[in-house]
Design a protein around this ligand. Structure first.
Ligand SMILES: [Zn+2]
Length: 73
């Protein structure tokens, strides 16, 4: 039976391993204000912030909903 003459180098081994590895097509960042996952160059869907400014009034709407719920209870 054939026996390998030398053991494969680390580079060769990891290159082979990485060839079958699946890489994610989309890079996902982290929101600096609420630390939830965000797409790059997009406003955060959970807090509505982009580049340190509130672009979408998400938090205000959530507070309104909370107040409505409090009034009902
Ligand atoms: Zn956010």
């Amino acid at each position: 039976m054939a026996v390998p003459k030398k053991r494969p180098s680390h580079a060769r081994t990891y290159r082979r391993k990485r060839a079958n590895e699946k890489r994610s097509l989309v890079t996902i960042g982290v929101c600096p204000t609420c630390e939830s996952p965000v797409l790059p160059h997009h406003a955060c869907p959970s807090c509505g912030y982009y580049k340190g400014q509130e672009v979408i009034p998400v938090l205000a709407e959530k507070e309104k909903e909370k107040k409505k719920k409090e009034k009902r209870a």
